[in-house]
Design a protein around this ligand. Sequence first.
Ligand code: RP5
Length: 161
Amino acid sequence: MSLEVSIIMGSSSDWETMEHASTILKEFGIQHESVVYSAHRTPDELFTYMKQAQENGVKVYIAGAGLAAHLPGVIASKTLLPVLGVPMAAGALQGMDALLSIVQMPGGIPVGTLGIGKAGAKNAALLAAAMLGIENPEIRKKLQEFREKQKQNVLSSQRIS
Ligand code: RP5
């Protein structure tokens, strides 16, 4: 089966958060890989990797980065595929800088931006699943089951007192 999602993060320190995206993709049986490439420290290697990923059939990129967080925008500049950006809760501003940097792309090169940290990483994977699910009924079914599980969790814990 060919690669469907590529998770790229700016530093191995981002893995603790981005692992949550990988866990969801695993649960859904979506072929993916997680790699570290920095837009400012290893730009050439990033582009070489992206060429490879595209040859391997990748359909969606998830990009996690902190601080000035230009990685998702740089990835978007080099592909027509959808790019989902996840701001890391890092540095003095705990992710506010990354959030604004990723979400405020100038009109023309979009990055679909998720929330800061773990919830953002999870939602990026769920959004990638929804995108792939447009043409893949098996993934759509898994998404439906995931929603159903959440519903049952809420219903079973409804009565607080
Ligand atoms: C960004 O700078 C990374 O995405 C990371 O969130 C942040 C800090 O990186 P390290 O100093 O931990 O390598 O490039």
